[in-house]
Design a binder for this molecule. Structure first.
Ligand code: ATP
Ligand code: MG
Length: 255
């Protein structure tokens, strides 16, 4: 098997600033208060992903999932440790990221595809398919600034999923989509996974992770709390509560 992603001791610190204005900082310093702190969002994370594996990255809000994904995609650099990635990466890190609000959906589609590394020929070949997947109808020719969050997510996901890549990263992709669109995305992601691409899927929904992934990594305050089998990972996440929530059941029924 080929290694797809290798993380070794990956660490990311952020500076938290407690004051915004010069006056506030001066007053705080005069009083001997702290004006900033360092916060470790990702703490010494190491694991290896083989090509074709499908990972569900889970954990509470603020546990460092998006930060880790940003480092894998190369948007952010770790302060310590190493991120090694083999092949081309595509995905949706944040909904609406990279869109220009004054351009239309159609124009943004072309721009976004170019940013994600698609050639003009590739974009033109897949254009109709992407438009069809996004399902925005006449809205496609209106400016993206007036799109709803779900409409932005639709456009972003539609482009990202059609990029030929070795690794697909999905964060927040399904969070704002409606039910039919979520189902469509999950089906498409299953296709991506079955095609041998590495899938890195951030989700709070145990139902969809159970269907989509063959391994779960749980982050806890920036550290790997669990890494292994999906069933055991979900059990680990739920701590004392073994019963899935209604929402999870709903999500599982979706696919
Ligand atoms: N640019 C930044 N500057 C300062 N702190 C940040 C920055 N980005 C993230 N953080 C902090 O790092 C921590 C991890 O954030 P991250 O977005 O990775 O969490 P997450 O696991 O994706 O959470 P969620 O489930 O809510 O999406 C949070 O406490 C967040 O406030
Ligand atoms: Mg996040």
């Amino acid at each position: 098997m080929t290694t797809s992603i290798q993380l070794t001791g990956v660490t990311k610190n952020f500076t938290l600033r407690y004051h915004r204005t010069f006056k506030e900082i001066t007053v705080a310093m005069a009083r001997g208060h702290k004006t900033s702190d360092t916060f470790r969002a990702v703490d010494d994370v190491s694991f290896t992903v083989e090509q074709g594996e499908s990972i569900g990255l889970m954990g509470l809000n603020g546990s460092g999932k998006s930060t880790l994904l940003k480092m894998i995609s190369g948007v952010m650099r770790p302060d310590a440790g190493e991120v090694l990635v083999r092949g081309r990466i595509a995905g949706l890190i944040a909904t609406g990221a990279g869109f220009h609000p004054q351009l239309t959906g159609r124009e943004n589609l072309i721009l976004n595809a170019a940013i994600l590394g698609m050639s003009e020929r590739e974009t033109m070949r897949k254009f109709d398919e992407i438009v069809e997947f996004a399902g925005l109808g006449k809205k496609l020719d209106t400016e993206v600034g007036h799109y709803s969050s779900g409409q932005k997510a639709r456009l972003g996901f539609a482009v990202a999923i059609h990029v030929d890549s070795d690794i697909f990263l999905a964060d927040e992709a399904l969070a704002v989509g409606d039910r039919p669109f979520r189902r469509k995305c999950l089906e498409k992601m299953q296709e991506v996974r079955d095609g041998g691409r590495t899938l890195f899927y951030v989700s709070h929904s145990t139902g969809s992770v159970r269907k989509m992934c063959d391994r779960v990594v749980v982050l806890e305050e920036g550290r790997v709390g669990f890494d292994g089998d999906v069933k055991a990972g979900i059990k680990y996440l739920q701590y004392d509560d073994d019963l899935p929530t209604d929402e999870d059941e709903e999500m599982a029924a979706d696919i």
